[in-house]
Write a protein that binds this ligand. Structure first.
Ligand SMILES: NC(=O)c1ccc[n+]([C@@H]2O[C@H](COP(=O)([O-])OP(=O)(O)OC[C@H]3O[C@@H](n4cnc5c(N)ncnc54)[C@H](OP(=O)(O)O)[C@@H]3O)[C@@H](O)[C@H]2O)c1
Length: 309
């Protein structure tokens, strides 16, 4: 089996390579924009989602049975002034991949985001809840979902949220960096979501792929749109408090900064963030037999990884 991993240098892409679960299931070609890999664990190829002709040529060359698309234009604020690139990479490329996969019978595993929702709910969003992105990033990711669904390819669209890991750029690493320099931090306390590790996403994705491959003629029942996050919920302020509590306990930081709760209005950003981002993961857990651990378990495990680096 041939597997093409797109976006191999992102925090999710790197975690797929470090984990090794794709490589134990097939021959992996790992694509980055410049053809170089941060994690030198696979056959490196060039894959630029902003160049749809190059992307099609890559698919023709690699002939994958499974495409795992971890690439995305993830600069949420920059996207507000860079609609064309965000729409090309997030909005159009998934459809291009999907149309190729539909012609070749390949499975497309694609990641999407809580930002497709308006964020005004008070109970977790189900996969079929009404979408309504508030900014360009969310609009472009929703366009990509639609393009992949319309392509006719067998697909798994896995929406996730508040992603972090021991590698790459994310909230956890920013907090640890700022906390090392400052005695006091101000963190938004009126946005709710579920911090989710890339390890959880990788392991959940592999469980879903395994179920899909084992289902034979019933595979069609295991495709569609699912929510893949950890369990539970908190605010960014609650997440920051937990980071410093756990990091102090693990001996990663010498002293714990004071974390003050602030309102989103005190920390204006070009793109509006959803106030409520919690995703209902029930259908993922039941369809793929994969229970989703509490977000605090992922935090402890990730800090454990950082303490041994
Ligand atoms: N991060 C979050 O909190 C979050 C939340 C919800 C959903 N998601 C989704 O989860 C998935 C993985 O995100 P992540 O956190 O791993 O993001 P990330 O760390 O920002 O990685 C994204 C990767 O995509 C690559 N990329 C950007 N433009 C590209 C292009 N034109 N062609 C090829 N590759 C390109 C980047 O390449 P370079 O390394 O060259 O920049 C980077 O390696 C994405 O679909 C994202 O939308 C993320």
């Amino acid at each position: 089996m041939k597997i093409l991993l797109l976006g191999a240098n992102g925090q999710l892409g790197q975690t797929f390579l470090i984990h090794g679960g794709l490589a134990s299931r097939g021959d992996v070609a790992a694509a980055s924009r410049n053809g170089e890999l941060t994690v030198k664990a696979a056959n490196a190829v060039t894959g630029d989602l902003a160049d749809l002709a190059q992307l099609e040529a890559l698919l023709d060359t690699e002939q994958p049975d499974i495409v795992v698309n971890a690439a995305a234009y993830t600069a949420v604020d920059k996207a507000e002034n860079d609609e064309a690139t965000a729409m090309l990479v997030n909005g159009q490329a998934p459809g291009t991949i999907g149309r190729w996969a539909a012609r070749h019978g390949a499975l497309v595993v694609h990641f999407s985001t809580d930002y497709v929702f308006p964020g005004d709910a008070s109970v977790p969003y189900a996969p079929d809840a009404l979408t309504g992105p508030q900014g360009m990033y969310g609009q472009s990711k929703l366009a990509g979902e639609d393009g992949l669904r319309d392509s006719g390819a067998p697909h798994l669209i896995l929406r996730t949220a508040w992603v972090y890991s021991a590698v790459g750029h994310n909230f956890l690493k920013t907090m640890l960096r700022l906390g090392a320099d400052r005695d006091e931090l101000r963190v938004v306390a009126d946005q709710r979501g579920t911090p989710t590790t890339t390890s959880l996403i990788v392991e959940g994705t592999l469980a879903a792929i395994d179920r899909y491959l084992a289902a034979g003629a019933d595979r069609g029942k295991l495709t569609g749109t699912f929510h893949l996050t950890a369990s539970g919920e908190t605010t960014w302020h609650g997440f920051a408090q937990a980071i410093f509590d756990e990091a102090a306990g693990a001996g990663l930081i010498a002293r714990r900064p004071t974390v003050h709760p602030i309102a989103s209005s005190e920390f204006p950003t070009p793109a509006k963030r959803p106030a409520y981002s919690v995703l209902d993961t029930t259908s993922f857990a039941t369809t793929f037999g994969y229970p989703l651990a509490d977000w605090r378990d992922g935090l402890r495990a990730t800090l454990g990884q950082l303490s041994t680096q």
